[in-house]
Design a protein around this ligand. Structure first.
Ligand SMILES: *[C@@H]1O[C@H](CO)[C@@H](O)[C@H](O)[C@H]1NC(C)=O
Ligand SMILES: *[C@@H]1O[C@H](CO)[C@@H](O)[C@H](O)[C@H]1NC(C)=O
Ligand SMILES: *[C@@H]1O[C@H](CO)[C@@H](O)[C@H](O)[C@H]1NC(C)=O
Ligand SMILES: *[C@@H]1O[C@H](CO)[C@@H](O)[C@H](O)[C@H]1NC(C)=O
Ligand SMILES: *[C@@H]1O[C@H](CO)[C@@H](O)[C@H](O)[C@H]1NC(C)=O
Ligand SMILES: *[C@@H]1O[C@H](CO)[C@@H](O)[C@H](O)[C@H]1NC(C)=O
Ligand SMILES: *[C@@H]1O[C@H](CO)[C@@H](O)[C@H](O)[C@H]1NC(C)=O
Ligand SMILES: *[C@@H]1O[C@H](CO)[C@@H](O)[C@H](O)[C@H]1NC(C)=O
Ligand SMILES: *[C@@H]1O[C@H](CO)[C@@H](O)[C@H](O)[C@H]1NC(C)=O
Ligand SMILES: *[C@@H]1O[C@H](CO)[C@@H](O)[C@H](O)[C@H]1NC(C)=O
Ligand SMILES: *[C@@H]1O[C@H](CO)[C@@H](O)[C@H](O)[C@H]1NC(C)=O
Ligand SMILES: *[C@@H]1O[C@H](CO)[C@@H](O)[C@H](O)[C@H]1NC(C)=O
Length: 664
């Protein structure tokens, strides 16, 4: 009761402060059709005891190209979202979801960053904003009603499609997505949508008492930004990158981010900046502030630096190396291959400019991105403040030291879009003499003149040994094959797959209690691939995995349906494209490696190997997901499977081995 009394009083005190906010609100509303009267706080705000959120749509304007098709017309729009803590409890790391549904593209937003990436980005399925620089909303009680500390205004500009009239359509919903909060359906009136979210009294946070900040999340790549030492004008930060996905990998990684407060990197250890332009420093705010600093020594003054791992030679360098887990030339492997190579660490001395000349003012950089060659594509979230990282005491005592402050960035692997993979798969089978090559344009046809080839045609079926021939030299063989098999050849031939890496999956045998497949890796690039790995998800059939003969194979827990392959020790090197034995006459030859894999059928119910159970559901090479063919080799009716069905499995594997050499 007492609390409510205090709270009401504060709200009354607050009203003039709320009005302070109004210049911005009314700015947005001036454009609207039914803007409420100025200087009245939204009634929902006054009656909310919890977290109040609103979305005010502003005006919109037609963009080019103008079209009569209403759903295809693009519009630019402005909107203001507001979040206010009107409750009695601080809201840490608030996250506001806006359920856009008009193919919105968000071009800018002030006061917040999005968890969906850097502007501009596609928000057609909705988007989540988090505060930046203020991630938390204090209560009016503890701040004596300081409006800047209990609320955030987000000014959004963007593009959307469709709808009639000049009023911007409202989103489907707005809600607070933090754990432990509940929002009723929002109410809409005119151009305003509002909602008052409340604590869910039944929600019990795990270890709530223990963590002051957000709990750490799990993701495919876990990056932690720790502030280790803090001074008035600068601080020492350490970045730790951990590869937590069994299929995650990076080669020659480069990490980029964006400084939001004019900071620059003075020195680095364990990594380097790809571009150093001292002149950029002199012209920056930093250059004007640090008049006595020797900027020729600065690592980089770029707002968006590109950071790379040091090569192994620098490991023992007293100035730039000497850091555990550093200096692997940008290689991050899955733990299953080598735990010592699944982590990278580097340190940086960050200089700050006014108004952040204060030992406790840290603003981690935003918009993190990490990429490499033939790797999975990662998408990173924003840095989230977490409880300080603990480190064992460096002097060896039984003590723990803590970072001054820590943030976590979680990056997840994204599935490549169709025709944008970096590797592809072809199929063949013992019961069908035609192989199904990789999909047309599996790895993109961006640079190809599609006047000369068809980017959407099915690939031509091939005799299996032709898979070994570069695409440009296959045409004649494919034509001859089509003629022999009485298949039609289109006038405009399909385009190539353009993949640097391909895999052939050959179903080798199918008998009563087991089956086998042969996998072949092809490297069509000029450079060798070192420490390669491949992973094949076979669904239910993968549980029957028995052995792989020329690779080192393991089942990936917890489902055990995916089989992970790497080269045997000393044989993990997939060479590149080489000349044929007579370069004038023979086409070039891809680097290749091959092995037979045997499977059992016991206890797996009925498996239809030719019907699809014998073909992969997903295939990965060095973590990158490969594009699979759209259909399987067909088994024609009446074909006799000869005596193969009754061969003992071990004999079968031996015969298969003998057969390998004459097929590829
Ligand atoms: C209008 O545009 C939409 C979306 O671009 C498209 O799906 C639709 O077919 C178009 N309608 C007409 C009549 O052109
Ligand atoms: C939106 O959701 C649909 C269906 O889940 C998905 O296919 C599409 O890729 C999503 N779009 C974006 C931009 O995430
Ligand atoms: C690095 O430091 C060690 C010990 O202080 C010293 O012996 C060595 O010469 C230094 N190396 C270089 C390259 O400066
Ligand atoms: C390190 O990586 C670079 C490319 O980022 C490459 O050119 C160089 O050969 C690599 N060095 C070693 C020792 O592998
Ligand atoms: C230093 O910065 C922190 C965070 O921005 C702020 O809370 C604090 O009041 C500042 N202290 C001084 C002395 O300016
Ligand atoms: C990062 O590395 C990838 C692969 O090596 C390269 O394609 C990309 O251009 C690099 N990005 C930058 C900004 O250097
Ligand atoms: C990454 O995935 C984890 C778990 O699957 C999820 O909790 C997290 O929100 C995701 N992060 C991003 C940035 O997508
Ligand atoms: C996967 O294999 C491990 C070790 O062989 C076993 O403990 C686990 O139960 C298996 N999981 C499933 C889902 O079969
Ligand atoms: C197979 O891989 C595992 C895990 O990386 C390793 O411990 C083992 O020594 C490898 N075996 C061979 C024969 O290379
Ligand atoms: C491959 O053949 C081309 C000419 O056909 C020649 O220029 C090149 O040097 C050869 N490369 C090797 C490694 O033999
Ligand atoms: C293979 O195709 C390439 C590219 O079209 C061509 O330069 C080469 O002469 C062809 N090789 C043979 C043996 O036909
Ligand atoms: C082999 O498979 C292909 C693709 O599914 C099919 O078109 C063809 O008829 C099959 N050949 C035989 C002999 O069954």
């Amino acid at each position: 009761m007492k609390i409510r009394y205090v709270h009401l009083n504060l709200l009354i005190l607050l009203l003039p402060l709320i009005n302070l906010l109004f210049p911005t609100l009314s700015l947005a509303q001036d454009y609207g059709d039914d803007a409420p009267k100025k200087d009245t706080p939204p009634p929902g705000l006054i009656h909310c005891n919890g977290v109040y959120m609103s979305y005010n749509s502003g005006d919109r304007e037609k963009l080019y190209p103008r079209t009569n098709n209403v759903t295809a017309q693009a519009w630019s729009f402005k909107a203001t979202a507001m979040i206010v803590n009107t409750g009695i409890e601080e809201v840490k790391g608030w996250q506001m979801f806006i359920g856009f549904h008009h193919r919105e593209i968000i071009v800018s937003a002030t006061g917040a960053v999005s968890t969906d990436g850097e502007f501009p980005y596609d928000a057609s399925n909705g988007t989540t904003f988090i505060g930046s620089p203020n991630t938390d909303l204090k209560t009016s009680i503890e701040t004596a009603g300081d409006y800047d500390k209990i609320s955030t205004n987000i000014e959004i500009t963007g593009t959307l499609f469709g709808g009639r009239g000049t009023a911007t359509p409202l989103p489907k919903t707005i809600k607070l997505t933090n754990d432990g909060w509940e929002c009723p359906a929002p109410t809409s009136k005119g151009g305003t949508m509002e909602v008052c979210c409340k604590r869910n009294p039944k929600f019990k946070a795990k270890d709530k008492a223990k963590t002051k900040f957000m709990p750490r999340k799990k993701g495919d790549l876990n990056i932690v930004y720790d502030v280790l030492q803090a001074y008035t004008s600068n601080y020492l930060a350490q970045v730790t990158i951990d590869n937590n996905s069994p299929l995650g990998r990076l080669d020659h990684w480069n990490l980029t981010w964006e400084w939001m407060r004019g900071e620059f990197i003075y020195t680095m250890r364990g990594a380097y900046a790809a571009e150093e332009k001292p002149s950029e420093c002199l012209h920056s705010k930093a250059g004007q502030f640090y008049t006595d600093l020797d900027f020729s020594q600065v690592a980089t003054c770029q707002k968006k630096p590109i950071l790379k791992d040091l090569p192994a030679e620098r490991k023992e360098d007293n100035i730039t190396g000497k850091l555990p887990f550093c200096c692997k030339n940008g290689t991050l492997l899955p733990t299953i291959m080598d735990p010592s190579k699944s982590r990278a660490i580097f340190q940086l001395q960050v200089y700050k400019v006014p108004p952040d000349q204060n030992r406790t003012a840290f603003f981690p950089p935003q918009n993190w991105k990490i990429d490499g060659i033939v790797n999975p594509q990662y998408k990173c979230g924003p840095p989230i403040r977490v409880d300080a990282t603990s480190f064992p005491d460096p002097s060896g005592l039984q003590a723990t030291t803590y970072a001054v402050a820590s943030w976590q960035v979680v990056c997840n692997i994204t599935k490549p879009k169709p025709k944008a993979a970096r590797c592809c798969v072809s199929y063949s089978a013992f019961y069908n003499d035609s192989a199904i090559p990789c999909n047309t344009c599996a790895c993109g046809c961006g640079d190809i003149d599609t006047d000369t080839c068809n980017a959407n045609a099915r690939p031509l079926l091939l005799p299996p040994d032709t898979l070994l021939v570069p695409f440009d030299n296959r045409t004649l063989k494919a034509r001859v094959w089509a003629k022999r098999k009485h298949m039609a050849v289109p006038k405009k031939l399909p385009c190539p797959d353009n993949c640097g890496i391909s895999l052939n999956w050959h179903v080798n045998s199918d008998y009563t209690d087991g089956w086998s497949a042969r996998v072949t890796l092809f490297n069509w690039g000029n450079n060798a691939v070192e420490d390669w790995f491949a992973a094949v998800d076979l669904g239910k059939a993968g549980l029957g995995y028995e052995n792989v003969y020329s690779f080192n194979g393991t089942r990936l827990p917890p489902k055990n349906q995916t089989i992970f392959f790497q080269g045997l020790r000393g044989m993990n090197y997939l060479i590149g494209l080489t000349n044929g034995s007579n370069p004038a006459k023979d086409p070039q030859v891809p680097g290749k490696m091959q092995s037979v894999i045997s499977f059992k059928k016991r206890n797996l119910g009925s498996l239809n190997i030719p019907g699809g159970d014998g073909f992969p559901k997903r295939v990965f090479f060095n973590g990158e997901e490969c594009e699979l063919p759209k259909y399987f080799p067909k088994k024609s009716y009446g074909e006799r499977l000869s005596g193969i069905r009754f061969f003992p499995s071990i004999l079968l594997v031996i015969t298969t081995f003998l057969a390998i050499t004459d097929r590829f």
